[in-house]
Design a protein around this ligand. Structure first.
Ligand code: PNS
Length: 173
C-alpha cells in the first residue's frame, strides 16, 4: 500500500480568513491527510486565544473535509515547526503565498527550516485572486476601526471578530 501523504499547514490563524480556507481546500486535494497546525508561540499577541482559534478553524474545515474527501485535523503545537512536522510524519508543509511582500519572510523561513530537516518539502499555494490580498492583521484592523469584515471571513468568524472588537472597545458604526 502506498505511504499516506501527510501535509502540515501551519500558521497563527488569528483569525482564519477566507484566504486560509481556500488554501486548506486546495491543499487537501493534494494529500491524504492535512494537519492544520496552530503555533502556540509566534511572538505575536493574538486577538483570539489558542482555544478560540482552534475551535473556529476546526468548525470551518469540517465542511471542506467532507467536500474534498480528505482527512483534515486541527491541532496546536509548541516549539519548532520542523520538529512538529517530523512528529506527525508530514512529508510536506503548505504555506500560502500572496504577494511579493510575503516572499522575503517565506524565503528566509524555508532556508532556515531546510537546515533543520531538508527531507521535508515546503510547497507554496496561492489562494484564488479574490482572496489573495486578505491578511488576518488587516482584517483585525478593519474590524477594530468599525469596518465591514464580512468580505474576508465566514459569517461565523465575522460575527466572532465583531464581538471581540466590541469587547476591545473598537470603533462601532
Ligand atoms: O500565520 P503565520 O503567523 O505567518 O505563521 C508563522 C508560523 C507559525 C508558521 C511560524 O511562526 C513558525 O513556524 N513558528 C514555529 C516556530 C519555528 O519553527 N520557528 C523557526 C522558523 S524558521
Amino acid at each position: 500500500m502506498a505511504k499516506e501523504r501527510i501535509a502540515l499547514y501551519p500558521g497563527s490563524f488569528d483569525p482564519t480568513t477566507l484566504g486560509h480556507l481556500d488554501i486548506i481546500r486546495r491543499g487537501a486535494k493534494l494529500v491524504d491527510r492535512l494537519v492544520v497546525g496552530l503555533a502556540m508561540n509566534t511572538g505575536k499577541s493574538p486577538m483570539f486565544t489558542l482555544e478560540e482559534r482552534t475551535e473556529m478553524v476546526a468548525y470551518e474545515v469540517e465542511k471542506i473535509s467532507k467536500e474534498v474527501g480528505t482527512i483534515i485535523e486541527v491541532h496546536s503545537f509548541r516549539g519548532l515547526l520542523m520538529h512538529y512536522a517530523e512528529q506527525i510524519g508530514a512529508q510536506v508543509i503548505f504555506r500560502g503565498l500572496r504577494a511579493v511582500t510575503d516572499f522575503d519572510y517565506e524565503f528566509q523561513m524555508v532556508g532556515m527550516n531546510a537546515r533543520l530537516n531538508s527531507e521535508i518539502e515546503v510547497a507554496f499555494l496561492m489562494a484564488s485572486e479574490k482572496h489573495q490580498f486578505i491578511a488576518s492583521r488587516l482584517v483585525k484592523e478593519i474590524g477594530l476601526m468599525g469596518g465591514n469584515v464580512r468580505p474576508f471571513l465566514t459569517p461565523r468568524i465575522a460575527e466572532r471578530l465583531a464581538t471581540r472588537c466590541r469587547e476591545k472597545g473598537g470603533i462601532q458604526r
